[in-house]
Design a protein around this ligand. Structure first.
Ligand code: PLP
Length: 364
C-alpha cells in the first residue's frame, strides 16, 4: 500500500483526491474499501496504520489504548459515565460546563450518577471561570470538560489541574489542532468529522488502568474494555470512515503534524480576530479574549444581539464569493467562522479581506 506522498499531500484537496482515485479499486485489489470485510488483512492494515499514525502524531504513551467507536460525540456523553462513573464508590463526577456541548454531556451523565455541575449559571457562555475557584470534589470519579466549545467559540488553552482526579475531555472540535500531553488525561475523545475525517467514527484514547470498571448495564459496543480487547472490532466498525481517518493522518504527518497545525491555526484565527478587534464594534465577539477559540469564531454584526439585515447581507455576499457555512449555530445565531485544519491560510486571508471590505462599506 502506498501512503499519500509528501508531494501528493501538498496538492489540494489531497485526501479527497486520493479517496476518489481509490474508490473503485483500493490498493489494486479490484474492490472498494466500501466492499471490504472488516476481518480482512487489508482492513486490518488500514485500522492498525490509523492507530500507529495517531500514536506518532500525538505521542500517545504505551499505557493508553486507542479505540475507534461509533455513536459520535453524543455517544461518548453516555459512554464516559457508563464506563468511568463507577471508578469510585460515590459514583459522582464533576462537569465543567462552558457551553452547549459540556452542558449536554453533563445532562446525559446525570442518568448514570451524581453530577456536580461547575459553572452552571450561565445562559450566555462567554468564558471559562477562574479555575482556582472551581469547587471540585476530591471523591469524584472524574472531572469532565469540553476542550473546545464549537457553538460558543470557547477553547481551553490550558489543561485543568484536578488534584489527581482523572481528567476527561471532549476534543471533538480541536483534536489534532495542536500538540497535547496525553499523559495528563484519563480519557480523550473526539468525533472525527471536524479535524480528522468524516462522520461515523469517534476516536477514544483511554488509559489502560481505567478499563474494566464499566457498569454492567453498559451496552457492549460502548464498553471500552470490550472494544480494547477486540481492537475496536467487537462489531462491524465504520470501515470507510476509519479509512478516511487514516488518509487524513497521513496528510497531517506530511504537513508538519500537530506543531505545524498549531502554528497555522494561531495564524489563521489571529487574522479573523484582528479584523474583529479593529472594527470599532462593528464585528462583536462576546468571548473573553483569554479563551477565544482558534477553531470556531462566533461573532455578531452591528450590535451584540446582531443586526439581522446586515448579517444576512454578509452571508449572501460571502456565499457569492464561494465562502459557505458561515451561519452561526441555530441556537445562537449570528456568524461563525470555523477554521479547522483543512482550511488554508489563503482561504482565511480571503475571508479576512471580505470582512474588511464589508466593514468599509457598511460601517456608519
Ligand atoms: N462535542 C463537540 C465539541 C461537538 O462540536 C459536537 C458536535 O458538533 C459533539 C460533541 C456532538 O457530536 P456528534 O454530532 O458526533 O454526536
Amino acid at each position: 500500500y502506498k501512503p499519500i506522498s509528501t508531494e501528493e499531500s501538498s496538492r489540494y484537496p489531497a485526501v479527497l483526491t486520493r479517496a476518489q482515485s481509490e474508490l473503485m479499486n483500493y490498493n489494486g485489489l479490484g474492490i472498494s474499501v466500501l466492499e471490504m470485510s472488516h476481518r480482512t488483512p487489508d482492513f486490518t492494515h488500514i485500522i492498525t496504520s490509523a492507530e500507529s499514525l495517531l500514536r506518532e502524531l500525538l505521542n500517545i504513551p504505551e499505557n493508553y489504548r486507542v479505540l475507534f467507536m461509533q455513536g459520535g460525540g453524543t455517544g461518548q456523553f453516555g459512554a464516559v459515565p457508563l464506563n468511568l462513573m463507577g471508578l469510585k464508590e460515590d459514583r459522582c463526577a464533576d462537569y465543567i460546563v462552558t457551553g452547549t456541548w459540556s452542558k449536554k454531556a453533563a445532562k446525559e451523565a446525570e442518568k448514570y450518577g451524581k453530577v456536580n455541575v461547575i459553572h452552571p449559571e450561565a445562559d450566555q457562555y462567554t468564558g471559562i471561570p477562574d479555575s482556582s475557584s472551581w469547587p471540585l470534589n476530591p471523591s469524584a470519579s472524574y472531572v469532565y470538560y469540553c476542550c473546545n466549545e464549537t457553538v460558543h467559540g470557547i477553547e481551553f488553552n490550558f489543561i485543568p489541574d484536578t488534584n489527581g482526579v482523572i481528567l476527561v475531555t471532549d476534543m471533538s472540535s480541536n483534536f489534532l489542532s495542536r500538540p497535547v500531553d496525553v499523559s495528563k488525561f484519563g480519557l480523550i475523545f473526539a468525533g472525527a468529522q471536524k479535524n480528522v475525517g468524516s462522520a461515523g467514527v469517534t476516536i477514544v484514547i483511554v488509559r489502560e488502568d481505567l478499563l474494566g470498571k464499566a457498569y454492567k448495564e453498559c451496552p457492549t459496543i460502548l464498553n471500552y474494555a470490550v472494544q480494547a480487547k477486540n481492537n475496536s472490532l467487537e462489531n462491524t466498525p465504520p470501515t470507510y470512515s476509519i479509512y478516511i481517518v487514516k488518509l487524513v493522518l497521513e496528510w497531517l504527518k506530511n504537513n508538519g503534524g500537530t506543531d505545524t497545525m498549531n502554528q497555522l491555526n494561531n495564524q489563521k484565527s489571529s487574522m479573523i480576530y484582528d479584523v474583529i478587534n479593529s472594527s470599532n464594534g462593528f464585528y462583536l465577539c462576546p468571548v473573553d479574549e483569554a479563551c477565544r477559540s482558534r477553531m470556531n469564531i462566533p461573532f455578531r454584526i452591528g450590535n451584540l444581539e446582531g443586526d439581522t439585515v446586515l448579517e444576512q447581507q454578509f452571508l449572501e455576499g460571502a456565499s457569492k464569493l464561494g465562502m459557505i457555512s458561515l451561519k452561526g449555530h441555530r441556537s445562537v445565531g449570528g456568524i461563525r467562522v470555523s477554521l479547522y485544519n483543512a482550511v488554508t491560510v489563503e482561504e482565511t486571508q480571503a475571508l479576512a479581506a471580505y470582512m474588511k471590505e464589508f466593514l468599509n462599506k457598511h460601517q456608519k
